[in-house]
Design a protein around this ligand. Structure first.
Ligand code: KIV
Length: 266
């Protein structure tokens, strides 16, 4: 399959067919998802999904680089974006560039993603002017969970709506090639999408975006506990694993496994 480029991603602005995006953190999962996805995101959601953390704030740059490199070992055709974790880009554009460059060099991914709008305009511009493609992330920003006092849907008042549109315009001016809109009211996602010329990728942001992304482990039903309203479960992998492991345990206990088929005789 032909490698998806940044031009392919940009050409999805206002296209009939939206961009298909999912998270991936490991080689085998990336191999499974690749043929269906335009973009795979090595999201810092891996803190919760892979490491049992309460939120994304404890995710380190090394964790992102290790998982980014694992996904790249799948030799994906999809465009691969790696998240910049909390604390690695906020302090200064120079520090953000240094860490973005480490991610690019040590994973060979295609782009980085960071959270923020107008507050990150200068940083996004600094990084993109140095030839690292940046995807932005506005609306509900998981790295602001403590500051915001929880995961809150955005775009419910005039002030918030105006801020979101200004955020999107600032990101575009700064040179981001696309933007994730998370947890945002439909009419606002629509307004943002029609206000800028780069593709918007929604998660809990309605069908009015240029693409959609979900956390893979949510959509395959691998995660237990609370999942957000927007996270449609397309299957229940946890139940399938439970069944398989129950069969294995029963066969071990009754000495049915390993039978002759799984035994070296000489
Ligand atoms: O970390 C992540 O998985 C993300 C998606 C939810 C967009 O940022």
């Amino acid at each position: 399959m032909k490698k998806i480029t940044i031009s392919d991603i940009k050409s999805h602005k206002n296209a009939d067919i939206p961009l298909v995006c999912l998270t991936a953190y490991t080689t085998p999962m990336a191999q499974i998802l690749d043929k269906h996805c335009d973009i795979m995101l090595v999201g810092d959601s891996l803190g919760m999904v892979m490491y049992g953390m309460e939120n994304t704030l404890g995710v380190s740059l090394d964790m992102m680089i290790n998982h980014g490199a694992a996904v790249m070992r799948a030799k994906p055709s999809a465009f691969i974006v790696v998240d910049m974790p909390f604390g690695t880009y906020e302090k200064s554009p120079e520090l953000a560039y240094k860490n973005a460059k480490r991610i690019m060099d040590e994973t060979a991914c295609d782009a980085v993603k960071l959270e923020g709008g107008q507050n990150m305009q200068e940083t996004i511009q600094y990084i993109t002017e140095r030839n690292i493609p940046v995807m932005a992330h506005i609306g509900l920003q998981p790295q602001s969970v403590v500051k915001d006092g929880g995961y809150k849907v955005k775009g419910r008042g005039d002030e918030e709506i105006a801020k979101l549109i200004n955020d999107a315009k600032a990101i575009e001016r700064a040179g981001a090639f696309s933007v994730v809109i998370e947890g945002t009211v439909e009419s606002v996602s629509q307004k943002i999408t029609s206000s800028i010329n780069i593709p918007t990728i929604g998660i809990g942001a309605s069908v009015k975006c240029d693409g959609q992304i979900l956390v893979t482990d949510d959509m395959i039903g691998l995660l237990s506990g609370h999942t957000p309203k927007f996270a449609k479960k397309y299957t229940n992998i946890a139940a399938q694993i439970d069944k398989a492991v129950e069969s294995y345990a029963n066969e071990v206990k009754t000495r049915k496994f390993p039978n002759e088929d799984y035994t070296y005789k000489k």
